[in-house]
Design a protein around this ligand. Structure first.
Ligand SMILES: CCCCC/C=C\CCCC/C=C/C(=O)SCCNC(=O)CCNC(=O)[C@H](O)C(C)(C)COP(=O)(O)OP(=O)(O)OC[C@H]1O[C@@H](n2cnc3c(N)ncnc32)[C@H](O)[C@@H]1OP(=O)(O)O
Length: 296
């Protein structure tokens, strides 16, 4: 069975994400709040507020594996088709790691067809998020490198927990790889050209104070207030008539989206040929081994 079909089948029976009614949220959702889960993504929807909180739960580090990318994409697609939902907050189910970024094991020791499938899934999730008609917020309750940072940058605003361990940035160069043009464009659109150039060349991971200063996040708040702040900011975004907000968002993001749409196939081929190089495979393997050694 194709991965997308397998993941669709994984979504739990009875969940609103499959069109049925959800049970009431067990943990503090408002009246009528609903809860649905797939294996790697938990969705808590509050129809009265028009908001769904989408929680990553892909242990140990919420890495964006092919399955995680696919499941997340399917959850978002379902929410976009749900008329009761106008805004989505992305967060980690457990605080500590928002997302460790792209799953390195998907880019190491595999074959070109796998690299192409994986990169296509990364592109698709980015396109879905960056073009979303929903208001999107990131409640960043953990460390947020590389692909994790990219996820948050697709949102309309970012709230980061005030914990010096929770760094955020596109640190690809530190691994010996580099951020492709559409990662770069997404960051430029948030913090500007010069700050992006410095951040990308140096592979900077910003502390909360630095991230706030450079404009990578909009607010830094105490750790226990990240989600509540993200929800309260969401109500400001949802106070604007949807059509006006959506047209404005499209206007702001269209040129960036069009660049990837125009070069999508070439971007996949470039990724496959870059990541397949022996030298790059070696660099990634050494990096992964270093991460693993820490624990053994
Ligand atoms: C020309 C056209 C295009 C060219 C394009 C070129 C290149 C491609 C660009 C690709 C863009 C890449 C984007 C990315 O997102 S790359 C991933 C970057 N991520 C990181 O650098 C983070 C790495 N992880 C960490 O720093 C830490 O794990 C942590 C997130 C700070 C959490 O620390 P801690 O709680 O101490 O956990 P551990 O380090 O002990 O990790 C637990 C296990 O998880 C494994 N792990 C960690 N991160 C990843 C990952 N990203 N992917 C896969 N696996 C990961 C780690 O190895 C541990 O495994 P173990 O249990 O077996 O020891």
């Amino acid at each position: 069975m194709a991965l997308v079909a397998r993941v669709r089948a994984l979504l739990l029976p009875g969940s609103r994400l499959r069109g049925a009614t959800l049970g009431r949220a067990a943990n503090g959702g408002g009246a009528g709040a609903r809860r649905a889960l797939s294996h790697r993504v938990l969705v808590e929807a509050d129809p009265a507020a028009g908001v769904a909180v989408v929680k990553f739960r892909n242990p140990p580090v919420n890495s964006l594996s092919l399955e995680m990318l696919t499941e997340l994409g399917i959850c978002l697609e379902k929410l976009e088709n749900d008329k009761t939902v106008r805004g989505i907050v992305l967060t980690a189910d457990r605080p500590g790691i928002f997302s460790a970024g792209l799953d390195l094991t998907e880019m190491c020791g595999r074959n070109p067809a796998h690299y192409a499938e994986f990169w296509k899934a990364v592109q698709e999730l980015w396109l879905r998020l960056y073009q979303s008609n929903m208001a999107l917020g990131a409640a960043i309750n953990g460390t947020c490198p590389a692909g994790g940072c990219l996820l948050s940058l697709t949102c309309d605003y970012r709230i980061l927990a005030d914990n010096p361990k929770y760094t955020i940035g596109l640190n690809e160069t530190q691994l010996g790889i580099f951020a492709p043009f559409w990662f770069k464009d997404t960051m430029v659109n948030t913090i500007g050209h010069r700050a992006t150039e410095r951040a990308l060349q140096l592979g900077l991971l910003f502390t909360p104070a630095e991230a706030l200063q450079v404009g990578l996040v909009d607010q830094v708040v105490p750790e226990d207030q990240v989600q509540s702040t993200a929800l309260s900011v969401m109500s400001q975004w949802l106070a604007i008539p949807d059509h006006a907000r959506q047209l404005t968002k499209t206007m702001m993001r269209k040129a960036t989206v069009d660049q990837l749409l125009k070069h999508r196939e070439a971007d996949i081929q470039n990724f496959v040929s870059f990541i397949s190089r022996d030298s790059i495979q070696k660099v990634l393997q050494v990096y992964l081994q270093k991460l693993r050694k820490k624990n053994h």
